[in-house]
Design a protein. Structure first.
Length: 220
C-alpha cells in the first residue's frame, strides 16, 4: 500500500476536481473524461506512466459516481449523494478493498474553505464530444492565473463542486493542484440507463477513515 500512497492522494484530488453536481433537469448517463498533463514537477515526472488518463462520471437523479484507475492496477471511486450532501470513497488496490464515508459536515466544511470563483465569459466556442461549448475563465481567490473552461448549455447542469456558479456543464477545463497542471476534457457523453447498484458499497470492502488509511500508508 505504501507504494501507491502518493498516487492515491493525487487521484483523490483529481476525482473531486472532476466531480459535478447533478443537473436541475433529469439527465441520466455517463461522461468519459480524458486527463492530460503538462509541466509535471520532477518528482511526478517519474510516475507519469502511472498517473490516471481517464475518468468516468455517472449521473442519475441526485446521485453521481466518479471512477478511475490508479497505480498497480487499482481503482478509486467517489459516490456522491447530492441531495443529502454525503459521499463514499471506494479504494481497491494492492489486494485490499476499503470504503470511507464522507459526512455532510466534512462536505460543508470543504465548501466553506473553497469560496466560489469569479467568472469571465468569452465568445470563443469549441465543439467537445459532439456538444457546442463556450469558453469562460475562472479565477479563484489566492490564485494568480485564471483557469480556462469550456461549458455547454446543451446538457442540463447545476453548479459544479469546483466551478460553483458556472452557467453550464463543464466539458473541458484546466486545473492546477500541488504543482500539477492538468487538462480534463470529455471524450464522450452518453445518455443511457445507470444501474442503482453503482451507487452502493460492494461486498468485500472494509470500512476505514482517511486517518487510518494514512497510518496504513506509513503516515503519508
Amino acid at each position: 500500500m505504501k507504494k501507491i500512497s502518493a498516487l492515491l492522494i493525487f487521484a483523490w484530488v483529481v476525482i473531486f476536481n472532476i466531480h459535478f453536481s447533478i443537473a436541475q433537469k433529469p439527465f441520466e448517463g455517463k461522461v468519459t473524461y480524458g486527463i492530460s498533463y503538462k509541466d509535471l514537477p520532477p518528482e511526478m515526472e517519474q510516475m507519469k506512466a502511472m498517473l490516471p488518463t481517464e475518468s468516468l462520471l455517472f449521473l442519475k437523479g441526485t446521485m453521481s459516481r466518479t471512477e478511475q484507475n490508479i497505480a498497480m492496477g487499482g481503482s478509486q471511486v467517489v459516490i456522491s449523494d447530492n441531495k443529502n450532501k454525503t459521499g463514499i470513497m471506494l479504494l481497491d488496490g494492492m489486494g485490499e478493498k476499503y470504503f470511507i464515508k464522507i459526512s455532510k459536515a466534512e462536505i460543508e466544511k470543504s465548501e466553506k474553505e473553497n469560496p466560489e470563483p469569479s467568472f469571465t465569459y468569452l465568445e470563443e466556442t469549441k465543439k467537445i464530444a459532439g456538444f457546442n461549448c463556450k469558453k469562460a475563465q475562472a479565477k479563484f481567490e489566492g490564485m494568480e492565473e485564471s483557469l480556462a473552461i469550456f461549458y455547454t448549455m446543451e446538457i442540463p447542469s447545476d453548479k459544479s463542486s469546483q466551478f460553483k456558479g458556472l452557467r453550464g456543464f463543464p466539458l473541458e477545463y484546466e486545473t492546477a493542484s500541488g504543482g500539477l497542471k492538468m487538462t480534463i476534457s470529455a471524450k464522450s457523453v452518453n445518455k443511457e440507463p445507470v444501474p442503482d447498484a453503482l451507487f452502493t458499497i460492494p461486498s468485500g470492502y472494509k470500512e476505514t477513515s482517511m486517518e487510518e488509511l494514512g497510518k496504513m500508508m506509513g503516515g503519508q
